[in-house]
Design a binder for this molecule. Structure first.
Ligand SMILES: [Zn+2]
Length: 264
């Protein structure tokens, strides 16, 4: 049976957890059919590292952004720098950006201001957004519905990464032109209550992600996550949706290619 092809649409490959064996990580991903990885910045330095990694490896693409947990202290100069980084080769998205009212590491007004900056950058660059949203659903839905109503692109505006919630909320995002990012956490016992919701999200609007080194599959809890585990997430989604893993692989891979314009 041929190896199925997958895309990991959200990894943090620059993190120190991968410093000792990064090349091994790439090799294992490739061997498991994960032929393309988008590594996402969380601040200026990691965004630059993402660009450098993409330049050095054909399988890797970069996203540039400032994470809501990292935005406290972000300056005008940082945003000017981000504008420049967004123009670099193989940058396919703006993010990771968004709102996190769970941890509240940064004041909410700073998070909101920073997020609006990323929306402007998405408008300017024409790139899709990679959005983090934790316990900030009401603000996020309001902001994105206003923004997407005036934004010219009718679809492919970005992805709501690490989505967990009702199918109704997912459909609101989808109707605004967003995709839904799902990771290995969909198989956690704590996610059981969302199974029917995950099942109801149209496959044509789902992309797979690891968020590695975080959120490993249930069978690897307590360990480091890595892109090679994407097929495990595809298998869980196949079970939840009562579909073949091959269909999950081919449709989510096509979705990621379409959203991030990877065929250009
Ligand atoms: Zn992330």
């Amino acid at each position: 049976m041929p190896i199925l092809e997958y895309i990991d649409t959200h990894a943090h490959l620059d993190m120190p957890e991968f410093d000792t064996d990064r090349q091994e990580i790439f090799r294992r991903a490739f061997e498991n059919g994960v032929k393309t990885i988008i590594t996402t910045g969380i601040d200026i330095l990691s965004s630059q590292k993402a660009i450098d990694m993409a330049a050095a490896n054909a399988s890797i693409y970069a996203a540039v952004g400032i994470h809501p947990q990292e935005c406290n202290g972000a300056t005008e100069a940082d945003f000017a720098r981000l504008d420049i980084l967004a123009d670099a080769d193989k940058v396919v998205a703006i993010g990771e950006c968004g709102l996190d009212y769970y941890r509240d590491y940064s004041p909410r007004h700073t998070q909101l201001e920073t997020f609006y900056n990323h929306l402007d950058l998405a408008d300017k660059s024409g790139l899709p957004l990679i959005i983090h949203c934790r316990q900030a659903e009401e603000d996020m839905l309001n902001i994105l519905s206003n923004w997407s109503a005036q934004s010219p692109a009718s679809e492919g505006k970005g992805v709501i990464h690490c989505f967990s919630g009702s199918a109704e909320t997912a459909l609101k995002y989808i109707n605004m032109g967003f995709y839904i990012g799902l990771g290995a956490y969909i198989g956690y016992p704590s996610s059981k209550k969302y199974r029917a919701d995950f099942a109801a999200i149209p496959l044509e609007c789902i992309v797979l992600e690891t968020d590695c080194p975080f959120l490993p599959p249930q069978s690897h809890r307590g360990e480091r996550n890595e892109p090679a585990y994407i097929p495990l997430t595809a298998a869980i989604l196949a079970e939840i949706k009562n579909l073949e893993p091959a269909e999950i692989a081919s449709v989510t891979t096509a979705n990621a290619r379409r959203l991030f314009h990877l065929d250009k």
